[in-house]
Design a protein around this ligand. Structure first.
Ligand code: KG4
Ligand code: ZN
Length: 368
């Protein structure tokens, strides 16, 4: 009997501010996943500083890959291929991971698989579904919501995507980050808003839903962001905002109780109402897409998929199809999702040339 060896893929992800490596077996079993976050570097600037991100990736990439291989108990010679994110993202950051992957492939004669970061986010769900022996049925609707992207796809198969909607301005995560920054909650904003929202009234502040002209499946968050700004301007909030900024200088990661001491009820209501509105924007388009496509599953992934309000609302909405979220560790940027997406390409022989370029605006589908 011939028993084929499992295919071990090393994934490398450096598109934004996490240096990540992972080993995945047969696109289904996570052998190790290491993520080095640059939060401490960028936090004090209120957002990602591209030059600092590249420098941090350079520093971290070697140790992160070594740690990941040793945790998996895998040597370079055991690998079937190396999958690396080639876009979209910050070019200086992408180049670090992609060049490192190319060097490994060149030195060891391994195939290089270039992976689209957004496709990676979707494959975080497919990887975990496979591991749990749960089947994602197609056609499926996939909502990718992160700091850089808000995309809605129709998927007719594991690697078949059609873009049906995307944000016309800010990404959902970006809206969380900008609102948090404005209110003095620091960066990244999503996790803080998520933790504070349950203390406010989600209907306490009236905020507008976006009215889309043209494609109704597109998203827009700039009107909501402006409404929050106007509300803040009307409230005379400078003193409490300053108090929160002071707290952040003393302690870069305050506990909920500390935030609550410097955040009055009206601001908690705003935070809760903002989060509820974003969730409503996301889920009503996902629900419409499910109906339109007669979809049999909904996939929600990307950093914003960590949001507990979104997870709860997606369950309560009774969308009529199973909803798949990645576990929080695989919702934000990681390399397991890149190795999993890479595995599908590896199987089909879709290997990349060593001249593969890093592309800031790499798209997953042809332009709409
Ligand atoms: O996927 P990700 O790690 O990076 C990108 O590809 O952009 O997503 C990061 C984004 C940030 O905007 C962050 O504020 C948001 O995900 N995020 C959240 C939560 N955790 C992270 N947004 C809402 N609720 C959360 N719990
Ligand atoms: Zn991402």
């Amino acid at each position: 009997m011939i028993v084929s060896k499992p295919a071990l893929l090393l994934g490398i992800e450096t598109s934004c501010d996490e240096t990540a490596a992972a080993v995945v077996e047969d696109g289904a079993r996570l052998r190790s996943s290491v993520v080095a976050s640059q939060l401490d570097t960028h936090g004090k600037y209120g957002g990602v500083v591209p030059e600092l991100a590249s420098r941090e990736h350079l520093r971290a990439i070697g140790p992160v890959v070594r740690e990941c291989l040793s945790e998996a108990g895998v040597a370079l010679d055991d690998l079937a291929a190396v999958a690396a994110t080639s876009g979209p993202g910050l070019v200086g950051s992408l180049l670090v991971g992609l060049t490192y992957a190319k060097a490994l492939c060149f030195a060891r004669g391994l195939p290089l698989i270039g992976v689209n970061h957004i496709e990676g986010h979707i494959h975080a769900v497919l990887l975990e579904a496979r591991a749990a022996q749960r089947e994602v049925e197609f056609p499926a609707v996939a909502l990718v919501v992160s700091g850089g992207h808000t995309h809605l796809f129709e998927m007719t198969g594991v690697s078949e995507y059609r873009l049906i909607g995307k944000t016309r301005d800010d990404a959902a995560g970006e809206a969380f980050d900008k609102v948090a920054k404005l209110l003095g909650f620091g960066y990244p904003g999503g996790p803080v808003i998520d933790r504070l929202a349950p203390y406010g009234d989600p209907n306490g502040v009236r905020l507008p839903l976006a009215k889309m002209k043209g494609n109704a499946q597109d998203f827009s968050f700039s009107g909501l962001k402006t409404a929050v700004l106007r509300w803040v301007e009307a409230q005379d909030m400078q003193e409490e905002i300053d108090r929160r900024r002071r707290l952040l200088r003393e302690n870069p990661r305050p506990a909920v109780e500390q935030w609550l001491e410097v955040t009055p009820k009206r601001t908690l209501d705003l935070v809760a109402s903002f989060q509820r509105t974003v969730i409503e924007e996301l889920l009503r388009r996902a629900a419409a897409a499910i109906e339109l496509m007669s979809a049999r599953a909904l996939i929600i992934s990307g950093g914003v998929a960590c949001n507990s309000g979104l997870r709860a609302a997606a369950g309560e909405l009774r969308l009529g199809v199973p909803v798949f979220f990645p576990t929080p560790g695989l919702s934000t940027d990681n390399a397991a999702m890149i190795a999993a997406a890479g595995f599908e390409k590896w199987k089909k022989g879709e290997w990349s040339d060593l001249s593969l370029a890093a592309r800031a605006n790499l798209s997953l589908t042809a332009p709409r």
